[in-house]
Design a protein around this ligand. Structure first.
Ligand code: PLP
Length: 422
């Protein structure tokens, strides 16, 4: 097994404009599998992405040769593990273009990133009558943590509506901003609709009233170049497993001044600089928010995943996925009875649809028999389903390794569904 396998191949093709998808696919061992006696067509990337050999190797290497606890030992392995963990933090800083690694907190994933802000910033800053403003296209993980803290504080959750195409009603959003608003929490890209939200505009509007903005980047980090300084958002969170990295690791970015003012999330080892029974002094950023032994292997694996996608280039990944999405949209629109849910002008990576009266679950089951993996259900966004008056959708979501042939297989599979139900 070569330590560099998977890093060299995308780098080698970086000169060309288009992705050499066939070469990339060889970096992902799972993709060569057959499932249900058919070649695997993996179109459930919004749920989680597959892992390149470079990430798998980084995890293996860590446990085989580097495993040790970090920030504590004077011995060799502890130094190696600590250095690798902190290097991964630096990679994430570069990936998000944050100013400093002290603004990069390792968490379990986007869900934990949002809960951290709700339980620290929210608890410290919300009082009775205050408001948190979200949108109608949020994932449950950007709804429920706010409901919990609003309930506790007698604060109010406000929801900016979306139009029929799945775009944020920006005028309504602006009207909902008021001196009562203490935080805006909004998704960058909707996992159910694919809509890309105008984050800069949202941040500018919120900042005019000195309201900080948390961006749920779970679906944008894998598909779009992200620059937290240029977006000027106050918090940004994403999950490693959706950017070709391991599960159980994710990132919360926060502006240093805000993080500094926030109370810690959890208490324990590593988040302190000194403890007596009378008084504990908390550690500096970002360690104040990293209590206990973290997911060291996960962080290192995430660093390898970031190296991998950056070697290819987020712009090129975005262009490739746009091409897949446009092709898939046209192919499905051509099938009588298909209704696409989410037709925003700016979309990324996701194609949600319903097919006449056929239940999305049946669509998914028939496609599965063809080796095609899609998602069916409410996608942890039940209010989005309620908005469209449907119980569920079928959702194909694309990643950097998907091909036009796979999109064609999806369309052919959907054609088969019609035959079954004819
Ligand atoms: N936000 C969005 C938009 C998502 O799509 C998801 C996952 O599907 C999440 C948050 C939660 O991510 P995780 O379950 O990795 O914490």
């Amino acid at each position: 097994m070569s330590a560099h396998h998977g890093l060299s191949s995308p780098g080698a093709i970086a000169e060309k404009g288009e992705l050499d998808v066939e070469t990339i696919r060889r970096d992902f061992p799972i993709l060569s599998q057959r499932v249900r006696h058919k070649p695997l067509v993996y179109l459930d990337n919004a749920a989680t992405t597959q892992k390149p050999r470079a990430v798998i190797d980084a995890l293996l290497r860590y446990y085989e040769t580097e495993n040790s606890n970090i920030h504590r030992g004077v011995h060799y392995l502890s130094e190696v593990a600590t250095e690798k963990y902190e290097k991964a933090r630096e990679r994430v800083r570069g990936f998000l273009h944050a100013e400093s690694t002290s603004e990069i907190v390792f968490v379990r994933g986007a869900t934990e990133g949002i809960n951290l802000v709700a339980q620290t910033y929210g608890r410290a800053n919300l009082s009775a009558g205050d408001e948190v403003l979200i949108s109608a296209m949020e994932h449950h993980s950007n709804i429920v943590p706010w409901q919990m803290i609003c309930d506790e504080k007698n604060a109010r959750l406000r929801v900016a509506p979306i139009g029929e195409s799945g775009e944020l009603d920006f005028g309504a959003f602006e009207q909902l901003l008021s001196p009562r608003t203490k935080l805006v929490a909004i998704t960058h890209v909707s996992n159910a609709l694919g809509t890309i939200n105008p984050i800069r505009q949202i941040v500018q509007a919120a900042h005019r009233l000195h309201v900080p903005v948390l961006v749920d980047g779970a679906q944008s980090a894998p598909h779009l170049p992200v620059d937290v300084q240029s977006l000027d958002c106050d918090f940004f969170t994403f999950s490693g497993h959706k950017v070709y990295g391991p599960t159980g690791i994710g990132i919360l970015y926060g502006k240093a001044a805000l993080l500094d003012d926030m109370p810690p999330y959890q208490g324990g080892g590593d988040m302190i600089s000194s403890v007596t029974f009378e008084k504990t002094i908390y550690n500096k950023l970002p360690y104040k928010f990293e209590a206990g032994t973290p997911n060291i292997a996960g962080a290192i694996g995430l660093g390898a995943a970031i190296d991998y996608v950056q070697a290819i280039g987020l712009q090129r990944i975005a262009a490739h996925e746009d091409h897949l999405l446009a092709h898939a949209t046209a192919a499905l629109e051509a099938i009588a009875g298909i209704r696409i849910i989410g037709t925003a002008k700016r979309k990324a990576g996701v194609l949600s649809f319903v097919f006449g009266e056929i239940h999305p679950h049946d669509v998914g089951t028939i496609l599965d028999q063809e080796g095609i993996a899609i998602r069916t259900g409410h996608h942890c966004a039940q209010p989005v389903m309620q908005r469209y008056g449907i119980p569920a959708t079928a959702r194909a979501s694309f990643g950097l390794y998907n091909t036009i042939a796979e999109v064609d297989a999806l369309a052919a599979g959907v054609g088969l569904v019609r035959e079954v139900f004819a």
